[in-house]
Structures are given as structure tokens and as C-alpha cells.
Design a protein around this ligand. Structure first.
Ligand code: AMP
Ligand code: ZN
Length: 305
């Protein structure tokens, strides 16, 4: 992996302990040595978990894609003493899926962590590549919905009540900007790192990395020899979510710290949602859904027609 920080001059002192600093975080106006950066990172996750209010002894299912965010998430939750199990949804995206699985296998083996894999194909009868060929349009939101339902199904089937994802500060701020610009105010009000379980078949969802930027996650990965999958999903080229993140990066360059202020001002004011619409049952499989069919049955129907 490319080095994500550059050594600072000999006289650069760590903001916290005054020893030699190895990296600078402009958005915090801070320089850190290795130990103090790890302390900073742990503190951000501890603060997130306080906000999320998941008791320390609640086992957490960690959704691992094999990318940097979810491997770092898994690592830090274990470091902080949470009981975890990894869950990977094999989407069947050729080399991308194979390399992702290899990265997870290696990571879990080194740390002796338990994990399980669910295959999209077992549920839908097709891989994501096959689905893409059949429906021939942008597939990210589709894929996201299927992944979420499979993660929910797997989490409950494995006996867990909470599933954690690796969404970080950049993901959440980008999504917030997109929702504001698209006037999707109902989602703006829901900007929060914790979504309680709305139904016995749907677990609570948490985002313990929401206080940490991509850059900080990459530094943590590098300092802890975490090796995520290096290739991007070939089906996600041109995803709109990237454009909002790029816009925020432009602002952040000029005004360090603005990205976190933007996100945190909404999170401070918002509360976790506690009222849910009444669920229907999917007409085909009985899974809770707001529509006639659940996402899995809906895609199966589209593919067979
Ligand atoms: P993404 O939507 O691809 O940016 O992923 C956001 C988060 O969803 C990741 O940090 C993971 O926690 C989770 N995730 C994404 N893809 C998978 C997958 N194939 N299997 C399990 N979890 C995933
Ligand atoms: Zn269904």
C-alpha cells in the first residue's frame, strides 16, 4: 500500500506527548507520534460507541467487504474488547470478489477471528455480474439494497442483534450533502450512526467509524499492517456518491475541519429514529418490507420476466 503519511521534520513534536511526530492531521490541527495517533483513533471509536449506546458485552456482527474501512473496523472493535464475528456477502463480481475474500481470509487468520460468507447466488440464483448483464443499467443502488437485505438475514440467522458497517466520516458527509442537494429531507433528519432494530427479523445497524476520515483510516491500516483489497469494484464506476465526496474534499483542502463540522452539526441535532412505518410481509417469502415484495424477491421476479 502507498504510504499515507510523510515523515515530518526532525523538530516536529507530537501535539499530545511532545515526542517526535510522524504525521500531521490538518483537520484537527494536530501532529501525532504513532502511539498518540492510535490513542486518537481509539478515542474516536470509543466516543462513537458511547453515542451509539451499544453495551460492551453485546456481540457485534461486522460486515466485512475486504476493503480498508471494514477491516479497520473489525480490528479496532476487537482491540477495544468487543466480541465480534465477520460476515461477508459474496456478490460474485469476478476478480474483485475473489481478491476481497482472500484479503478477509488472510486478515482473519492472522488475528484468529471468526467469520462467515453468504453467497448472493444462493439467494437470487445469479451473481451480481450476471444481474448486471441482464438488467443493463447502473447497479450500485440495486446492489446496495440486496447487500443490506442479505446482511440483515445473515446477522439474524447467526444469532446477532447488531450489525456494524465501515461507513466513515467521508461517506456520511457525502451522503448528507447529496440528500440536502437532492431535497431528501426525510433522510437528512435520519443522519445518525445508529439505527435501532425496527423488526425482529431486522438487526440494529451501527457505524462506529463515523467520526474518522478516510485518510485517518488509511493511516491506521498502514500502522497496523492491515492489507485490504486493492482493486475497486468494476461495476461501481461513475457512482454519484463519489462526486459529493470530491466536492467536500475541495472545501476541506481550503478549510480543514469543515467536513466534520458539517456532519457533526447534523448528528448533534438529530436523534436516532424510533418510529417506523408498519411493515408489510413480502407476498412471496414473508420477509418484512414496506412494498409488496422484498428486494430479493423483487429482483428475482425482474430477472425471470
Ligand atoms: P460500500 O457501500 O461498498 O461503501 O460499503 C459500506 C460498508 O458496507 C462496508 O464498510 C462494509 O461494512 C459493508 N459491506 C460492503 N460490501 C460488503 C460485502 N460484500 N459483504 C459484507 N459487507 C459489506
Ligand atoms: Zn421476499
Amino acid at each position: 500500500m502507498e504510504k499515507n503519511f510523510h515523515s515530518l521534520p526532525k523538530n516536529a513534536k507530537c501535539t499530545r506527548c511532545k515526542k517526535q511526530a510522524i504525521l500531521r492531521l490538518p483537520s484537527h490541527n494536530a501532529k501525532f507520534c504513532r502511539e498518540c495517533f492510535i490513542h486518537f483513533f481509539e478515542t474516536a471509536v470509543i466516543r462513537a460507541m458511547k453515542k451509539i449506546k451499544v453495551p460492551k458485552d453485546t456481540p457485534i456482527m461486522v460486515a466485512v467487504s475486504g476493503g480498508k474501512d471494514s477491516l479497520v473496523l473489525w480490528d479496532i472493535l476487537n482491540r477495544l474488547g468487543y466480541k465480534t464475528k465477520g460476515i461477508h456477502i459474496d456478490l460474485g463480481i469476478d476478480e474483485f470478489s475473489q481478491k476481497s475474500i482472500e484479503a478477509i481470509e488472510k486478515f482473519a487468520k492472522q488475528r484468529n477471528l471468526e467469520w462467515i460468507k453468504y453467497d448472493l447466488k444462493d439467494f437470487v440464483g445469479h451473481s451480481m455480474v450476471e444481474i448486471h448483464k441482464k438488467i443493463r443499467r447502473k447497479i450500485c443502488s440495486f446492489c446496495g439494497k440486496l447487500k443490506r437485505q442479505l446482511l440483515d438475514i445473515a446477522t439474524v440467522a447467526e444469532g446477532f442483534k447488531v450489525v456494524a458497517t465501515g461507513h466513515n466520516l467521508d461517506d456520511e458527509a457525502g451522503r448528507l450533502l447529496g440528500n440536502l442537494l437532492g431535497k431528501r429531507l426525510q433522510y437528512v433528519k435520519k443522519t445518525y450512526p445508529y439505527l435501532p432494530s425496527p423488526h425482529p427479523k431486522i438487526p440494529a445497524k451501527i457505524k462506529p467509524l463515523y467520526r474518522l476520515e478516510i485518510k485517518e483510516i488509511l493511516i491506521y491500516a498502514e500502522l497496523n499492517s492491515i492489507q485490504p483489497v486493492e482493486i475497486d469494484c468494476p461495476l461501481s464506476k461513475g457512482a454519484t456518491s463519489r462526486k459529493f465526496k470530491m466536492a467536500l474534499d475541495l472545501l476541506e483542502d481550503q478549510m480543514p475541519g469543515i467536513k466534520r463540522n458539517f456532519l457533526f452539526s447534523y448528528i448533534e441535532d438529530n436523534k436516532p429514529i424510533d418510529t417506523f412505518e408498519n411493515y408489510n410481509e413480502c407476498k412471496i417469502c414473508g420477509y418484512p418490507t414496506y412494498l409488496e415484495l422484498c428486494n430479493l424477491c423483487n429482483i428475482k421476479k425482474q430477472l425471470s420476466s
